[in-house]
Write a protein that binds this ligand. Structure first.
Ligand code: IMP
Length: 432
């Protein structure tokens, strides 16, 4: 089986979890390589709905081993809770989950700093998930962080290290934010307990992933968030703090680029964004509310209403090119079933000029006005369709246009939440 990387082509929440779950059958490893519990993947499996934040969506494939790579920032309390919740539902996790010793830890002060900084920025805030992601990556870059491997230290050394870090963070909390200190000893004691239960999963990534490196084992790399939230290539500063685009799969695992295999992009049939920052095709008021209700567009991590808008070809092409996507999946097509007409942004207007390439810089994007091409709606339900030929003509033409414009074949179209509610189009929608 060849390796694959699944990447979000927009601002996250594209439905990557469902695609990973659908294509993960038979794979040896499902690997997460960036981000942390800011992600929220909703999956239907075993007749239940599960929301995962840290564990890869591939955890529902019993034979697959799961890996949390060095590029991640991991809240050990959250990790323990997620494992316990799945095991209570008879999904075996222990023995199949491995965590890179070099992945960084999110500690309670990271969350606190995230919240306080956001509050201080007021209306200029990023709109983070409040999971401590930014501050944890700051500590990593500052060479001041704690890593999963620290949980393997002798008890006294671990306690000493945690207390030192918390006391240090307490100074920042009180001096910068006039906030109460966190209880260093309590946090250290809790981490010692967590270290016992998580310790057996912590491994050297170079050794654990040797089979993938040597081509003996297959891997599915599961991206979190989306290309436009990438902290180098996204709409900075309104981004997350990791590389959600394809490069993250290399730096976040220590595997060489030749191990990545195919790069597959997941796009919603429209666009959403949660948090602040430019969104040229955003709909306002009733139109946005209509898509939000139909699509259940509320954050899986924070419950925040997502901002909704039309499909944006400039942003899409940027994501395809940046990642070298060789195949695409379109999700939530059924959400558009009742739209009388659909718009797709084919260009932007900026200061009287027509742009056909995504300008990326937030300050430019904020001023861009989309130029739309209108498509007729199809006015009938698509959820029961399983073959391309069963889709209404206008829906097929909408997809054909997206495929042609993005320049990569659409391999699958999701028309509902269930695992089987997908139309597989291995050769693309134009070739059919
Ligand atoms: P952070 O990752 O919590 O620091 O949040 C930074 C930005 O990324 C905010 O706009 C968040 O709403 C957004 N974000 C983070 N994770 C996700 C996700 O999984 N889906 C969608 N947006 C996300």
């Amino acid at each position: 089986m060849s390796n694959r990387v699944i990447i979000g082509g927009q601002w996250g929440d594209e439905g990557k979890g469902k695609i990973v779950d659908a294509v993960g059958e038979g794979v040896d490893w499902v690997i997460r390589y960036q981000g942390g519990a800011n992600a929220g993947h909703t999956i239907q499996a075993g007749g239940r709905e599960h929301v995962l934040h840290l564990l890869p969506s591939g955890v529902f494939h019993e034979k697959a081993r799961c890996f949390l790579g060095n590029g991640m920032v991991i809240d050990p309390w959250q990790l323990r809770d997620e494992i316990v919740a799945l095991e209570e539902q008879d999904v075996r996790v222990r023995g199949r989950l491995f965590v890179a010793a070099s992945a960084h830890l999110i500690l309670p002060y990271h969350r606190r700093l995230d919240e306080l900084r956001e509050a201080k920025l007021r209306r200029r805030n990023i709109g983070t998930t409040g999971r401590g992601i930014g501050p944890a990556y700051v500590d990593k870059a500052w060479r001041h962080g704690m890593r999963m491997g620290d949980l393997l230290l002798p008890k006294e050394n671990l306690e000493r290290k945690v207390i030192e870090k918390v006391l240090d963070a307490n100074e920042a909390l009180s001096e910068l934010y006039k906030s109460d200190p966190l209880p260093a000893e309590v946090i250290a004691e809790e981490l010692v307990v967590l270290a016992k239960s998580l310790g057996p999963m912590i491994v050297n990534p170079y050794e654990a992933l040797a089979g993938v490196r040597e081509g003996r084992e297959s891997a599915l790399f599961e991206g979190a968030q989306g290309t436009l939230l990438d902290f180098d290539h996204g709409t900075y500063p309104f981004v997350t703090s990791s590389n959600c685009s394809v490069g993250g799969a290399v730096t976040g695992t220590g595997l060489p680029p030749r191990c990545l295999g195919e790069v597959l992009g997941v796009f919603k049939a429209y666009c959403t964004r949660v948090g602040n920052g430019p969104f040229p095709t955003e709909l306002l008021a009733d139109e946005a509310e209509c898509l939000r209700q139909l699509g259940g567009e509320y954050g899986a991590t924070t419950g925040r209403p997502r901002r909704c808008g039309w499909f944006d070809l400039l942003a899409g092409r940027y994501a395809v090119d940046l990642n070298g996507m060789t195949g695409l999946y379109i999700t939530k097509l059924d959400v558009l079933d009742s739209q009388a007409a659909l718009q797709v942004a084919i260009a932007y207007e900026l200061d009287g000029q027509r742009l056909e390439s995504f300008p990326v810089r937030a300050e430019l994007l904020t001023r861009c006005r989309p130029v739309y091409r209108e498509f007729p709606g199809w006015g009938s339900a698509t959820t029961a369709c399983r073959r391309l030929a069963e889709l209404p003509g206008p829906a097929r033409r909408y997809l054909e246009f997206i495929e042609t414009s993005l320049g990569a074949p659409i391999r699958g179209i999701s028309v509902g939440r269930g695992r089987d509610e997908t139309i597989w189009t291995p050769n693309g929608v134009n070739a059919a």
